[in-house]
Design a protein around this ligand. Structure first.
Ligand SMILES: [Zn+2]
Length: 365
């Protein structure tokens, strides 16, 4: 996960300003940008949008941040149109921004980040197709509900549901923190979006498949689709409490590991399915490939392009570890980031053999 803190935080190393053209209206900054850490190889997105006349930016897994490019009517000193206008020796707390405007729009930008914090810079390129979606996705989230450990923002249509979600989460809160051996946790923010398009836009994945309905956005921030809308889409009774519990376990997990850790999919989803919610099938033998005894290796689950296998099997893998090796081993696996060898002393082959034996004994009928 890419954590991009304070990309546009303003630290004034000096107030010297360079030659300035006319003030560019904020509307010209608005857009969707494909962003990467090398020139011309973007791999995530950023949305720049207006909220009550002010410009905000959001990058993957980061908070929405107010971006005020001007001070006293001119660009702030760390913002330029030509990189050559930046000081040769850069201040190591400043994020410098190089902007390229063409045809009355910001076309591309470069963020030069402090080397003490980041080894790389950011390169952003306007995505013209998506730019019409560069909107304030929180616009309809006018309602607010607060419990001891959660704040929930939602739209009017979910008025009747948020009380339950708060209560349900609170009822599990202490037990979960105890299981994960955590003393405290910052307040968790939950945003519930009214429709699928707005939700996907809020998590910077416009056009994502409709089964994607919730996500832990950063470690104390959960974003999800309205359960009422989810029900309409799937035709199934969506239990909001269960969906959010799943995301909350992801959030606990993120609070236990270093920022930017890429967790193996089977372990990431397995933990949230097993400890949060849900066991989607009653038995792994409802799955075709398990029925046919085509037992996938962990590496195969990891490489599965459809990402389905980690959801199919994650619950059972975690159940197996818990039953056979104990919950403390799962806590160790969180620390080793799913390293079977390190935490369980098993090769992947040995682990898979034990796992599928266990599933046969427990579930094959
Ligand atoms: Zn999940």
């Amino acid at each position: 996960m890419i954590r991009l803190i304070s990309v546009l935080v303003v630290v004034f190393s000096n107030l010297f300003t360079y030659g300035q053209p006319e003030k560019i209206p904020l509307e010209q900054f608005v857009g969707y940008y494909d962003v990467g850490v090398k020139p011309n190889s973007p791999f995530f997105k950023s949305r720049w949008y207006l909220r009550e006349g002010k410009l905000y930016t959001i990058y993957d897994s980061d908070q929405d941040r107010l971006f005020e490019p001007y001070e006293n009517g001119v660009f702030k000193s760390h913002i330029v149109f030509d990189e050559n206008d930046l000081p040769a020796v850069k201040d190591d707390t400043t994020y410098y921004l190089v902007l390229n405007f063409q045809a009355d729009k910001l076309q591309s930008f470069k963020v030069i980040r402090p080397r003490s914090e980041w080894p790389t810079d950011l390169y952003g390129y306007r995505n013209e197709k998506l730019s019409r979606l560069a909107l304030d996705t929180e616009f309809e989230l006018t309602e607010y509900h607060k419990t001891g450990h959660f704040t929930i923002r939602y739209s009017l249509q979910d008025n009747n549901l948020v009380g339950h979600i708060g209560k349900s989460l609170e009822s599990r809160y202490n037990g979960l923190l105890k299981d994960f051996k955590m003393d405290t946790l910052p307040v968790t923010r939950i945003n519930i979006y009214p429709d699928l398009g707005t939700y996907h836009n809020a998590v910077l994945t416009p056009g994502a498949p409709s089964w994607q309905m919730g996500r832990v956005w950063d470690k104390n921030d959960i974003r999800m689709l309205s359960p009422a809308t989810a029900k309409e889409i799937t035709g199934e009774e969506m239990d909001l409490n269960e969906l959010v519990l799943h995301e909350f376990v992801h959030s606990l997990h993120l609070n236990l590991i270093k920022d930017g850790t890429r967790v193996p999919g089977w372990f990431w989803e397995g933990l949230a399915l097993y400890k949060g919610c849900c066991q989607w099938t009653e038995s792994p033998f409802e799955l075709d490939y398990i029925k046919k005894k085509k037992y996938p290796a962990l590496s195969k689950i990891e490489k599965d392009r459809t990402s389905q296998m980690k959801y199919d099997l994650g619950f059972y893998i975690l159940e197996f570890i818990d039953k056979k090796y104990g919950w403390d081993k799962i806590l160790e696996l969180i620390q080793s980031n799913g390293d079977i060898k390190l935490s369980l002393g098993l090769t992947a082959r040995q682990f898979e053999k034990e796992l599928y034996q266990y599933l046969q004994v427990e579930y094959a009928k």
